[in-house]
Design a protein around this ligand. Structure first.
Ligand code: TPP
Length: 330
């Protein structure tokens, strides 16, 4: 009997179903958080709509010992890595029960020692450096683990990106630069960001491996990340992965892409939505039918309702605590 693509990659049916579930869950979580934003319960939100396959495919390739450096758009990474939805909602709604920052950080800036998620930072491009620092620590202490750092296309134009890419290649550090090229840095399109044919093409000049992958293809991303991890573990040094995706929404809830993109352009991107693509695969592989799909929708709604109620009922941080939980020794 011929194997399905996920089986060829060493994934069983349960793994595949879980990845698909986490993609759907993330989409639904972000939709609910978007509604809560409009209702005034969430100050700001930047969704990863369109990024789900890239994020789930890459995070599922990691082992628990590996480290993750995040920017601000990686809900699917946090959910895929196992962050409970109650924590996700408590964070989004700035509650004192949020274990990421006790409601202090901007939503989406995850931080979890248990999940090996480094504290996310907002300044664009800094994630390159955090990834390299983390990988350098693993290398220095001779631990067989890698770091994946999530960056955007805009981040590649920073000086931090150059410094990090260069030194990572010089020292053959176990790091994966996972660039989610969604075509835009807020309102700046790719054509005003870089003139090279691809961002991954730059990898050769740094002396590292680089590849472009279809970021809407869950299993292609999983396979590319596995290749990069094998290289990292075996002393082969860093990899730059450019996952090509489409940003299926505005930059954040505070942006309106209709001010700088035509309606036709926005509509054309819908063809690159990773969710229908993954659903078609699930059905073809015999892992999904209408009845199961409905059960999944119901399960997702119940999980999200529970998390939202938990966050709503949680207290906000007290003003007198504003200086606590700022330093790690506290
Ligand atoms: C150093 C710095 N400059 C500007 C900003 C404001 N800013 C936030 S996100 C962003 C665009 C980043 O684009 P990209 O790296 O492509 O990631 P995306 O938001 O598309 O995921 C900018 C300019 C910032 N956070 N940090």
């Amino acid at each position: 009997m011929s194997l399905n693509k996920h089986q060829e990659l060493g994934l069983n049916d349960e793994d595949m179903a879980e990845m698909w579930y986490k993609m759907r869950l993330t989409r639904a979580v972000e939709e609910r958080i978007g509604q809560l934003n409009r209702q005034g319960h969430v100050l700001i939100t930047g969704t990863g709509r369109g990024h789900e396959a890239a994020q789930i495919g890459s995070v599922y390739a990691l082992s628990p010992a590996d480290w993750i450096a995040l920017a601000y758009r990686e809900q699917a990474v946090a959910i895929g890595r196992g962050m409970p939805l109650r924590d996700i909602f408590a964070f989004a709604m700035h509650r004192d029960t949020d274990p990421n920052s006790r409601g202090r950080q901007l939503p989406g800036h995850y931080s979890s020692p248990a999940l090996h998620i480094l504290s996310a930072s907002s300044p664009v491009g800094t994630q390159f450096l955090h990834g390299v620092g983390s990988a350098w620590a693993s290398y220095y202490e001779d631990r067989r683990e890698a770091t994946i750092t999530y960056v955007g296309d805009g981040a590649t134009s920073t000086g931090d990106a150059h410094a990090a890419l260069n030194i990572a290649a010089v020292h053959k550090l176990p790091v994966i630069f996972f660039c989610q090229n969604n075509g835009w840095a807020i309102s700046v399109p790719n054509r005003l960001q870089f003139a090279a044919e691809s961002l991954a093409a730059r990898a050769a000049a740094y002396g590292m491996a680089g590849e472009v992958v279809d970021g809407a293809d869950l299993l292609a991303v999983y396979a590319a990340t596995k290749r990069a991890l094998a290289r990292a573990y075996d002393g082969g040094g860093p990899t730059f992965i450019e996952a090509r995706i489409r940003r299926l929404g505005s930059h954040t809830s505070e942006d309106d892409q209709r001010r700088y993109r035509s309606a036709e352009d926005i509509a054309a991107d819908l063809a690159y939505d990773p969710l229908p693509k993954a659903e078609a695969y699930m059905r073809e592989a015999g892992l999904l039918d209408d009845s199961l799909n409905q059960q999944i929708t119901d399960r997702i709604t119940a999980e999200i309702d529970d998390a939202q109620q938990y966050a709503m009922a949680s207290p906000t941080p007290k003003p007198e605590d504003v200086l606590t939980h700022i330093y790690s020794h506290e």
